[in-house]
Design a protein around this ligand. Structure first.
Ligand code: GLU
Length: 365
């Protein structure tokens, strides 16, 4: 696919892409991005912007030098900075006669199916109103356990939920590099996001953002599973999108060919989960042949989870076999694991489903 063929594009802007070293919003650069966006819109391409920068702008406004403020404080800083961020956006977009709408998201909004569908509807309605959705994490209420923390994965999940064809991550690097006989060379295209690709990552992160390359690869994993293309490019220069098209300097991640429906794509690309169900060989075979998961095949579980939560199913060789939604709480499963389905009601004291995970809620990895 080429960039100009994508119907829906999510553009992710990192803090250091839109804010300079002195902590000021890069107005001229942003204006050049808007020129590019106008061009895409002329071509009937829908645009979503995911932008970081609330904390960085808040810090510079409040003259807080510390790079890493404590989470409780960063929530307050973000609540101040987000106003500055969206004001800068609003002023420049307004001058260019483009409407915008602000969407602040927490992981619950993307990880709970009903809320994700709700969010999707809001995006669709903003498109109908010809407005560009501008998204950030709701840092003011997100705490460390329930936080994306980086907008790379958030942007990927948004791309998946709205059925985007392409996510463009504008960063301060040209893309993903590999070392060939001690020389760094840019990888043009990644066909499979596997361990080998992850092993190329330099763990160092940039000045403002909390992301770095690792979260970008995790974002790539979400995208490719969802059938969405992703590219990482340098947003440092003016007219960054035009440059991507003309200079072709980037790393492009190709999506998996998949016949999963939208709901199953949502399940497979859900955020990494610490909630796990460990199963025996027989259950693993049954799952792979399209059957539901029954209590008899469950060996143990890890983590606390609720009904409907996203879980990982792990086989007897400790390999992740599936992503799924649990029909039972972790507490219930602990009581009935290893038992026959007809014993469930007796043990729990109430009637319930006989499958722990229904086959419609399972996606084999
Ligand atoms: N949501 C954070 C902010 O607006 C940034 C997260 C990230 O670094 O990606 O400051």
């Amino acid at each position: 696919m080429q960039l100009n063929k994508a119907k829906k594009i999510v553009i992710k802007l990192g803090s250091s892409t839109i804010i300079d070293a002195k902590g000021k919003f890069k107005k001229k650069w942003f204006l050049s991005l808007i020129q590019d966006i106008k061009q895409l819109r002329k071509n009937n391409q829908e645009i979503v912007i995911v932008s970081s920068g609330a904390i960085a702008l808040g810090q510079s406004y409040l003259k807080i030098q510390n790079k890493k403020v404590k989470i409780e404080m960063s929530q307050a800083v973000a609540s101040i900075g987000q106003i500055h961020l969206i004001n800068e956006f609003q002023k420049i977009f307004e001058k260019n006669k483009i409407k915008i709408g602000q969407i602040l998201i927490t992981p619950d909004d993307t990880e709970q199916r009903r809320r994700a569908l709700n969010a999707r509807r809001t995006f669709e309605n903003l498109f109908k109103l010809e407005a560009i959705p501008v998204v950030n994490e709701n840092d003011t209420t997100a705490t460390s356990e329930i936080k994306y923390g980086d907008n790379d994965r958030l942007a990927a999940r948004v791309a998946q939920i709205i059925g985007a064809d392409l996510l463009i991550i504008l960063s301060d690097v040209d893309g993903l590099y590999e070392k060939i006989s001690n020389k760094k060379s840019l990888i043009k295209q990644v066909d499979i996001v596997n361990e080998k690709v992850f092993s190329l990552v330099d763990k160092k992160i940039n000045t403002y953002g909390s992301g770095g390359m690792l979260t970008k690869l995790e974002a790539a994993k979400i995208c490719v599973n969802a059938g969405c293309h992703m590219l990482i490019a340098n947003g440092g220069k003016f007219n960054p999108i035009k440059k991507i098209i003309s200079e072709k300097v980037y790393t492009w991640f190709k999506p998996k060919i998949s016949n999963l429906d939208a709901r199953k794509k949502w399940i497979i690309s859900s955020l990494s989960s610490s909630a796990k169900i460990y199963i025996d060989h027989g259950a693993s075979k049954a799952l792979k042949s399209g059957k539901s998961l029954l209590p008899a095949g469950i060996i143990k579980i890890a983590g606390n989870f609720k009904k409907g939560d996203n879980i990982v199913i792990v086989d007897n060789n400790n390999i992740d076999v599936a992503r799924a939604l649990s029909s039972f709480t972790s507490e219930e499963i602990n009581k009935i694991k290893g038992l026959q389905s007809n014993q469930i009601e007796n043990i729990l004291g109430y009637a319930s489903k006989s499958e722990i995970v229904h086959k419609d809620d399972i996606v084999i990895l």
